[in-house]
Design a protein around this ligand. Structure first.
Ligand code: PLP
Length: 346
């Protein structure tokens, strides 16, 4: 095995020891197979390749301060995968199968689990694809569940380093009554055009608005949005955003820390009143946002308005408190009062 620099992982693909595969065929799930080759063979007529009959998940395993291995809230990811699969009308694994595969994957790839103290973790990527050959548009009756993993560090920049974002009013990632609330690959394909233009212009993320009116904040391209006003944690409520497990956890943590939580429609202009703004998600954990530019046409130079928050270089104190508690639970640095960690025995 190659030597890994745990401090400089970023968020990138790295081959690990094994991937797991489980196939659903003729109405039943088969045996879980462990494969050392991460190249897969499927029919070139598989529905996932043509019609994006695909959904996935993202969760993390952590090496704790106490040496124990924890997976963060895998049952939530199992349920969300079931909901995404239902939106595609394809079979989904049971919670039990999902969690047992997560545990086995971590065990088989334990050498790739970053040691404690590097702000790093093992990212688990369960992927469910429609695999039977087909030509017409219809839901797949055979699916394959792959479990992949990769050691990861910070998603963008460094841990807790502020990023920036742009509102692109002429690009939506999801439709009002569309698939925004499911973790299906098609949503990400739909977000790539704006994301690439944003990157070319030096923004790290796109902040999407509600597709019906473009009046309210939806979410970032790969994370949820939160704002802090005084002692209140404010996060958008919308049918076109992914129900983030990190955001759900932060809501609980914020309440636990005595903050008020508001989950409601958030008008774009309200950002003027936010002292801190952050991205939240499994990959980004909490990433503070220093400013957000509002653009009528992303491709143009003109900026309608710039919303600035706490600092260009530092994370705000409220976001930092939330970050410390959630990562403290994940790394076993503090007691887990909510029972969120699933332990993996080695
Ligand atoms: C579009 C989008 N929103 C939100 C999130 C955050 O969800 P979670 O906290 O469950 O990772 C993600 C993925 O991480 C995402 O891709």
């Amino acid at each position: 095995m190659e030597t890994i620099n745990w401090d400089n992982l970023g968020f990138a693909y790295r081959k690990t020891a094994t991937i797991l595969r489980c196939t659903y065929k003729d109405g039943a799930w088969g045996e879980v197979e462990s494969l050392t080759d991460d190249n897969i063979a499927i029919s070139s007529f598989a529905g996932c390749l043509h019609y994006s009959i695909e959904c996935f998940e993202g969760l993390k395993a952590f090496r704790g301060k106490d040496g124990k291995v924890r997976i963060f809230r895998p049952e939530e990811n199992a349920r969300r995968l079931q909901s995404s699969a239902a939106s595609l009308f394809i079979p989904a694994p049971s919670e039990e199968l999902f969690i047992s595969m997560c545990r086995r994957l971590v065990k088989e790839n334990i050498d790739y689990l970053p040691p404690y103290g590097h702000n790093a973790s093992l990212y688990i990527r369960p992927t469910l694809i429609g695999s039977n050959p087909q030509l017409g548009v219809k839901s797949s009756n055979e699916v394959v569940l792959y479990m992949l993993c990769s050691p990861v560090g910070a998603y963008v920049g460094g841990t807790l380093q502020p990023c920036n974002a742009v509102i692109a009013r002429n690009h939506d990632r999801a439709a009002t009554y569309g698939t925004g609330r499911f973790k299906v690959g098609g949503n990400y394909a739909a977000s790539l055009y704006a994301l690439n233009i944003a990157h070319q212009q030096g923004y790290s993320a796109v902040l999407h608005l509600d597709p019906a009116e473009h009046r309210f904040i939806d979410e970032f391209n790969s994370s949820n949005f939160f704002g802090i006003k005084g002692n209140t944690y404010i996060t958008p409520k919308s049918d076109s955003i992914l129900p983030s497990i990190t955001n759900k956890s932060l809501i609980t943590v914020a309440e636990h820390l005595g903050m008020t939580v508001e989950r409601r429609q958030v008008p774009v202009e309200e950002m003027d009143t936010f002292e801190e703004v952050g991205e939240c998600g499994t990959a980004v954990v909490i990433t503070p946002v220093s400013y957000i530019d509002d653009k009528t046409r992303l491709e143009d130079k003109d900026i309608t308005k710039r919303y600035s928050f706490y600092s260009d270089t530092e994370c705000g104190p409220k976001s930092l408190r939330l970050y410390r508690m959630i990562t403290g639970i994940q790394y076993g640095e503090i007691e887990d009062p909510f029972g969120w960690c699933t332990f993996v025995e080695e």
